[in-house]
Design a protein around this ligand. Structure first.
Ligand code: ATP
Length: 238
C-alpha cells in the first residue's frame, strides 16, 4: 500500500439536471476505519455515494482508489476494483433465499467462493440460522445485515452504505452500528456510511464528513464533531 489515502476525492461535482448536488467536494478516506457522511435532507450525501461507485456521473473532479483514477468507471467495474455499495433500503431480493442473495454478491468475482460465504455467515449468525429461508421472511435488521453481507461477498476494500438505519427501530439501529464497529475491528475494511441519524453515526464512527448544499462544510474526528456545538446546530440538527 502507498502512503496516500485509500480513497481520494478531489473537486468532485455532480448534477441532477440543473441542480448542482455536489459542489467541488474534496476529501480523503484513509485505509481501514469507519467514516460517516452527514448532513440535512438534500445535502448531497446519496449523490456522493452514488458518484463514488459509478451509479451517477461526475460532472467534473476526480476519484482515485489507491492512486488509480476510477472517476468514470461504471458501477460493475467499480465493484471489481474494490468499492461495494449498499443502497438505501438494502435492495435484497425478497424471493431469493439468504444464501442465494449472498451468492449474487459474489458474482462479480466470477466464481462461487465458499470461504468468503463462510466468513460472512460467521460475521452474521442470524443469517447462518436462516440461510435457506427467503429474504422476504427476515426482519428489517436482518435484511440490512443481508445487504451488508451480500456486499462483503465481493470482498471490497471500501464498503459504502446508504442510510443503514433507515426505517429501523432505535434498538435495531444500535445493533447495526455495533455490527459496523465490529466489522471495522475484525476485517480489512474501510466503511463509509451516509446517515441522517448524525448523533448515532458520530457515536460509532472514527471520522465524519458534513455536507451542506453539496459542499463539504466540516470534517473531523467524530468525537470532536459531537462536541462541536456550532457544527451540530448549523448542519446536524441536534
Ligand atoms: P436525503 O437524505 O434526503 O436522501 P441527500 O443528502 O442524500 O438527501 P441527495 O439525495 O444526494 O441528498 O440530493 C442532493 C440534491 O440533488 C437535492 O437538492 C435533491 O433534491 C437533488 N436530487 C437528488 N436526486 C435527484 C433526482 N433523481 N432528480 C432531481 N434532483 C435530485
Amino acid at each position: 500500500m502507498s502512503d496516500k489515502p485509500l480513497l481520494q476525492v478531489q473537486d468532485l461535482t455532480a448534477h441532477h439536471g440543473a441542480v448542482r448536488a455536489l459542489d467541488r467536494v474534496t476529501l480523503d478516506v484513509p485505509e481501514r476505519g469507519l467514516y460517516a457522511v452527514l448532513g440535512a435532507n438534500g445535502a448531497g450525501k446519496s449523490t456522493l455515494l452514488r458518484t463514488l461507485t459509478g451509479l451517477h456521473p461526475a460532472t467534473s473532479g476526480r476519484v482515485t482508489l489507491d492512486g488509480e483514477d476510477i472517476t468514470h468507471l461504471p458501477a460493475e467495474r467499480a465493484v471489481t476494483k474494490g468499492l461495494a455499495h449498499v443502497p438505501e433500503g438494502g435492495g435484497v431480493i425478497v424471493e431469493l433465499t439468504v444464501e442465494e442473495n449472498l451468492r449474487l454478491g459474489g458474482i462479480w468475482r466470477g466464481r462461487h467462493d465458499p470461504d468468503t460465504m463462510a466468513e460472512v455467515l460467521d460475521l452474521f449468525p442470524p443469517l447462518e440460522q436462516r440461510r435457506g429461508k427467503p429474504a422476504g421472511t427476515l426482519s428489517g435488521g436482518e435484511r440490512q445485515m443481508l445487504a451488508i453481507g451480500r456486499a462483503l461477498m465481493a470482498r471490497p476494500r471500501v464498503l459504502l452504505l446508504d442510510e443503514p438505519s433507515l426505517g429501523l427501530a432505535p434498538m435495531i439501529t444500535e445493533q447495526i452500528f455495533t455490527l459496523l464497529g465490529d466489522l471495522r475491528d475484525r476485517t480489512w475494511l474501510t466503511v463509509v456510511l451516509v446517515e441522517q441519524n448524525a448523533a448515532g453515526a458520530l457515536s460509532t464512527t472514527d471520522h465524519g464528513f458534513v455536507l451542506d448544499q453539496g459542499r463539504l462544510a466540516a470534517e473531523g474526528a467524530s468525537d470532536d464533531l459531537l462536541s462541536d456545538d456550532r457544527t451540530r446546530h448549523a448542519y446536524l440538527g441536534f
